[in-house]
Design a binder for this molecule. Structure first.
Ligand code: ZN
Length: 219
């Protein structure tokens, strides 16, 4: 894609951003990862992310974005019970308002300071979890606004945008990191690595995608 240029990956150590990390390694000259802390329930996430970045031999930068958890109450950054299903008339309380807009803005400022213009984010509209800031229109709009704000030419890449979870597993397999993604990443809202707790919304989505993919996987 832009094999002579470096990229910055928004990285959490989950299935999606880990797949994006390896996608970026195939498509850019150098890859840097940026991981946000914002009072997640499970700080273990950060250690998992760091270990994956080390294994992939890419740089790992941690940025304290905990201001986000002070701005509004949600179940990812506080002790309130997590919604298991999307409420009909609102977003699930795992939704952190403004998160991706803030993260992309922070990422762009950091990328600029390293003369990086490619930013990779693992958001997806296909297995749409009800989050407005995972939609393609939002990403395009944020990309345009950030470029205008800094008079730059950033390109935000979202390789998972139109892939459902089954297709994300398939991509990991094509990148030859299926086992790494399966055994080392942390997607579970209850902080359990790999297959997770099995019953939170993130685990259900991941597991369903895996089962579907294993049915069609060529061995
Ligand atoms: Zn879980």
């Amino acid at each position: 894609m832009n094999k002579n240029e470096p990229a910055l990956v928004l990285f959490s150590g989950g299935q999606d951003s880990t797949t994006c990390l390896y996608w970026a390694l195939q498509n850019f000259s150098t890859v840097h990862t940026l991981c946000f802390t914002y009072g997640q329930r499970h700080s273990k996430e950060i250690e998992v992310a760091r270990a994956i970045a080390n294994n992939a031999d890419v740089s790992f930068q941690l940025l304290d974005a905990s201001i986000i958890s002070k701005l509004s109450v949600n179940s990812l950054t506080s002790d309130i019970e997590m919604d298991q299903e999307k409420p009909e008339d609102s977003y699930p309380n795992t939704f952190v308002p403004g998160r991706n807009l803030l993260f992309l803005t922070f990422a762009a400022v950091i990328a600029r300071s390293h003369a990086i213009r490619h930013i990779v984010a693992g958001v997806s509209e296909a297995d749409y979890s009800g989050y407005p800031d995972c939609r393609d229109t939002f990403i395009l709009s944020a990309n345009a606004s950030i470029n205008l704000a800094m008079d730059e030419h950033f390109q935000i890449h979202t390789p998972l945008m139109w892939r459902d979870k089954t297709a994300v597993w398939q991509l990991a397999d094509e990148l030859e990191v299926f086992d790494i993604v399966r055994t080392q990443t942390l997607t579970c809202y209850n902080g359990i690595i790999a297959e997770g707790c099995g019953h939170c919304p993130a685990c259900k989505l991941r597991q369903q995608g895996l089962e579907n993919y294993l049915k069609i996987r060529r061995v």
